[in-house]
Ligand binder design. Structure first.
Ligand SMILES: Cc1cc2nc3c(=O)[nH]c(=O)nc-3n(C[C@H](O)[C@H](O)[C@H](O)COP(=O)(O)OP(=O)(O)OC[C@H]3O[C@@H](n4cnc5c(N)ncnc54)[C@H](O)[C@@H]3O)c2cc1C
Length: 533
């Protein structure tokens, strides 16, 4: 029920809408900072270039399920994708899907799970990530997990029959692995007995979508959401830039669904979330895809509000060695894998290196597995974010590393016969770097790191066998979770908590559900599609 304040606002909106529609009162709108041209641009076009029931923005793990679900309900569906490939971050990722509720794979492994158990675990106050979950959205998410898993299988998504576990994992095991053994743009991982990738989700869903008549337009970026009035009334459609050239207007008779991803690649927006996410930090997934937050911005412009950022969790950042980007395989057009195929040395591997800043000084225990946020806090506090991993040839041999292009990016790995020469190459003070390495070697001899407390288990190898190597370490923004406020039906809400009629959001475009990764998009995208249709 709208309260007095809401009513007042609605009246104001009606005024705005009425005056704007007639444009006679456009001058009056300058009080809102809008000129006549801007008012006209925000109003419905006089002619639409195409019409469909549902328009989905983005073809990633949120967009594709939304489109398929809407098509299954009989809607005509159009997907707009700004990239030149389908799949968003979903097609280049590892395909680890945290989904459950009692899947047949969980059952085979003797794991008990249910929607209620999931809800209980994801509401447990002892996990601080849970504090940002909207209970109603979370309930819908949990209630639709199992049916969505079955729905994915029905649509040709294949899962490995093992579940991923890792040391220290808490709660019910739910990490299913999406099978995929073919190439995809980024094809990143191999887990378990067979290869897995998010492409194993995207490609089958794309096939189903096309079979069901979903139209997909690549290189079509949604630039604006169009409502009946200025921030008022039903969502009617979208403005689109075709291949960065032509402006088109597409009408959506039933609804627009934002599956347009997050804002981790938007250098300005993300600093609102965490000011340390400065210009120089690459977002994982780039350069294949940039999560520029344009869907979220369009939503805000049309009257939506933001919900939930997670400010604390370790998934915010990743570190990569020898590449600015994420770990793309050798030969990928997007980047290099960095040190080893993983690009992100395991804790065992960090026993083989030290990390220094632009002054040639260590600043942290390099092995900080249990407190990774401390690692990132310390790394992001280093001047200019200049960070180098230093190791010797013996480490290269022990780990099978390849610190040369194309395994690492050009200029991000350098080698020299002495530490002093290496220091010159990476432009850090030679005396300081020599002293850092000398001191570290004495720590290894003594079995005690009296500067930063690197544990004895990780303090095994001196850095003393030439040639010496320096590999650039980049910190990447991996996950931001602020997005548009939505309800349990994936409908977008305005500042008063009212539904914006005809507008939906799911996945990283939506906030309120602090679950990283694809499942949030798949489940809430499917819900959006069903409701929009
Ligand atoms: C390297 C990497 C590894 C990962 N590994 C995993 C993993 O193993 N398991 C897991 O669950 N998650 C993983 N993730 C996270 C997961 O990929 C994302 O959470 C998920 O892809 C988000 O889905 P989405 O559909 O919300 O957004 P995205 O996947 O970002 O898709 C959004 C799509 O919308 C398009 N778009 C954006 N704006 C517009 C616009 N204005 N007009 C038209 N189109 C637009 C984009 O081009 C993009 O295709 C990983 C991510 C990365 C980068």
């Amino acid at each position: 029920m709208p309260g007095k304040k809401t009513e007042k606002m609605l009246t104001r909106r009606r005024f705005i809408k009425d005056t704007a529609a007639g444009v006679a009162g456009a001058g009056a709108l300058t009080f809102m900072g809008l000129n006549t041209r801007e008012v006209k641009a925000s109003l419905p076009p006089t002619k639409w270039d195409s019409e469909s029931d549902v328009i989905v923005v983005g073809s990633g793990p949120a967009g594709l399920p939304a489109a398929v679900a809407a098509a299954e309900k009989g809607a005509s569906v159009l997907i707009l994708e700004k990239n030149n490939e389908i799949g968003g971050n979903g097609v280049i990722n590892g395909g680890i899907l945290s989904i459950g509720g009692g899947t047949h794979i969980q059952k085979t492994k003797g794991i008990e799970d249910s929607a209620d158990l999931m809800f209980k675990e994801y509401s447990d106050y002892r996990n601080r990530e849970n504090k940002r979950n909207d209970p109603k959205v979370l309930r819908a998410f949990c209630d639709h997990n199992l049916s969505t898993f079955n729905w994915l299988e029905k649509h040709g998504v294949k899962f490995q029959d093992n579940l991923l576990g890792f040391p220290g994992m808490k709660g019910t095991p739910r990490y299913h692995l999406v099978s995929w053994d073919k190439d995809s743009p980024g094809w990143l991982y191999r887990y378990g007995p067979g290869p897995s990738s998010g492409a194993g989700l995207i490609k089958p869903l794309e096939t189903v979508a096309r079979k069901k008549g979903v139209k997909i337009l690549l290189k079509h970026a949604m630039t604006k959401i169009i409502r009946e009035g200025l921030m008022a009334g039903r969502v009617l459609g979208v403005e689109v830039k075709e291949d960065q050239k032509r402006t088109l207007y597409f009408k959506a008779r039933k609804g627009v669904i934002l599956g347009s991803g997050g804002w981790k690649g938007n250098r300005w927006l993300r600093t609102l979330f965490d000011p340390r996410m400065t210009e120089d930090l690459v977002a994982s997934g780039e350069p294949f895809i940039t999560a520029d937050g344009t869907g979220i911005i369009a939503g805000l412009e049309t009257g939506a509000v933001l919900a939930s950022d997670r400010a604390i969790d370790w998934h915010l950042f990743h570190r990569m060695f020898g590449t600015r980007y994420y770990r793309f395989p050798t030969g990928s057009p997007y980047a290099a894998p960095g040190l080893g195929q993983t690009g992100q040395p395991s804790m065992k591997e960090v026993a083989n290196l030290i990390i220094v800043n632009k002054f040639g000084l260590r600043y942290i225990n390099e092995a900080t597995p249990e407190k990774p946020s401390l690692f990132y806090d310390a790394s992001l506090a280093q001047e200019d974010h200049i960070l180098w991993a230093i190791f010797d040839e013996a480490a290269v041999k022990r780990n099978g590393w390849d610190p040369r292009p194309p395994a690492v990016e050009e200029d991000l790995a350098l080698s020299a016969p002495t530490i002093a020469e290496l220091a010159k190459l990476i432009r850090v003070p030679g005396d300081a770097l020599r002293e850092t390495v000398r001191k570290y070697n004495t720590f290894v001899e003594r079995g005690e790191d009296s500067d930063f407390g690197k544990p004895k288990t990780h303090l095994q190898y001196k850095i003393d066998r030439p040639p010496f190597h320096a590999v650039w370490m980049s910190i990447q923004v991996h996950d931001t979770s602020g997005g548009l406020a939505t309800n349990a039906k994936s409908q977008v809400l305005d500042i008063y908590g009212n539904v914006i009629p005809g507008l939906y959001a799911a996945g990283e475009a939506a906030g309120g559900l602090d679950k990283i990764g694809m499942t949030r998009g798949i489940v809430m995208g499917r819900i959006a599609g069903e409701n929009a249709a």
